[in-house]
Design a binder for this molecule. Structure first.
Ligand SMILES: [Zn+2]
Length: 399
């Protein structure tokens, strides 16, 4: 996202600045890039002819002249975003400025029938595209978000995740072949973190996003606004850390004492005797817990506060490890009760190094369940802008 990188063509530099909303006119482009106005004019005119850029007429400009605003055009291509979720999978189209053009939620459980889910995803995408007069060749990138660790070398979800039955299904490959465009699959915690990073200023990075829900996951956005995936893509997979040495709960991974086994929403529900069958409807258990919290049921509040205390310890360790400027907390656990947020905050400020907490801001997610979609659209736009010199517009983007 650096604006004036020298290894980009002038046209790509202008396109990026427009896509990021930093430039809306030729004059502004000249000021920001330092290029001559005549050079800017040539590139902008060519991009307007190719519809890579578009010009919005604003009726009321200065001195009665119609002001025209540069924006990305249809020729810059579109991204199909697929946010796989246990209960509601979302399909969306976004553009080169990372704006979500349209989206649709599919009411289908991830388990037990992956084929049916993928079929509905492709149907929804076809509907969305035709609804906006778009065809398959307008899709230049696909981003898939999954609620499971991702094996980046194989493009599949890792074994023993909550996506039981999806092991070995090459989701990215299926989507890439269908749309005839590159497809990237990422863990939802990473994309939620990228989404959260779009809501803060650049100097509020690095950002750590914790998703405290049925499972526990983290995503880290570095100071230069990139996802930290680690060597194999498993960075942030923190649900199996052992925080409390006395914990004896058995985790779905087979080990004993993983924090996800005693401090996740799922764990809190089983401690309270709420049915947590993930194969049948997982929403029913969530609703039962919400009712208990609303009634201020003492056992429910105690179980939540206990879990929040452990999550605070986990967060304090991560703060010492990564020294983020911002922590964003999302997921059902945070939405259930304000106590969870304040308990986590309290433990972090008490236990983490004071140098790391002096300017640290811990806040609840502002994007709610849209975080992964916002992140996917952001990642998709970055990919789109990176590849645009090779796709279609080689004529003017090449030097
Ligand atoms: Zn585990």
């Amino acid at each position: 996202m650096s604006e004036l990188s020298t290894d980009r063509s002038p046209a790509n530099t202008i396109l990026r600045l427009v896509a990021e909303g930093k430039v809306t006119s030729r004059a502004q482009a000249a000021r920001v890039t330092g290029m001559a106005r005549s050079t800017i004019g040539l590139h902008v005119d060519q991009m307007l002819r190719d519809e890579v850029l578009a010009e919005l007429e604003e009726s009321q400009g200065a001195r009665g002249r119609p002001a025209r605003e540069l924006t990305v055009g249809r020729g810059a291509g579109y991204v199909v975003d697929v946010i796989f979720d246990r209960t509601n999978t979302c399909v969306a189209i976004s553009d080169a400025s990372a704006a979500v053009v349209d989206s649709r939620t599919i009411d289908i459980l991830l388990n037990p029938d992956p084929k049916a889910v993928i079929g509905k995803v492709l149907d929804a995408a076809a509907d969305l595209l035709s609804g906006h007069g778009l065809v398959l060749s307008d899709v230049r990138q696909v981003i898939a978000s999954v609620p499971a660790p991702v094996d980046f070398h194989e493009g599949v979800t890792a074994h023993r995740s909550i996506m039981a039955g999806w092991e070995g299904i090459q989701i990215a490959k299926i989507l890439s072949e269908h749309f005839g465009a590159p497809a990237l699959m990422d863990n939802d915690a990473n994309l939620m973190a990228l989404g959260a990073a779009t809501t803060v200023h650049r100097d509020e990075l690095p950002l750590l996003h914790l998703q405290l829900s049925t499972g526990i996951g983290a995503g880290l956005i570095t100071a230069d606004a990139k996802i930290h995936r680690g060597a194999d893509g498993s960075a942030g997979d923190i649900g199996h850390l052992r925080i409390d040495s006395r914990a004896q709960a058995r985790c779905q991974c087979g080990k004993v004492g993983c924090i996800g086994a005693y401090a996740s929403l799922h764990a809190v529900m089983s401690q309270l005797g709420i049915e947590t069958d993930s194969v049948t409807d997982p929403r029913a258990g969530r609703e039962a817990l919400t009712q208990l919290v609303r009634k201020a049921d003492p056992a429910a509040l105690a179980a939540l506060r206990d879990a929040a205390g452990h999550l605070g310890q986990l967060t304090a360790i991560l703060v010492d490890m990564f020294n983020p400027r911002t922590i964003v907390l999302g997921g059902g656990m945070i939405e259930l009760s304000d106590d969870v947020l304040s308990t986590i905050r309290g433990v972090v400020y008490q236990e983490a190094l004071s140098i790391a907490t002096r300017r640290l801001v811990i806040s609840p997610s502002r994007l709610g369940n849209k975080a992964a979609l916002v992140g996917a659209a952001r990642l998709g736009a970055d990919e789109l802008l990176d590849m645009s010199p090779q796709v279609g517009q080689a004529r003017y983007l090449a030097e």
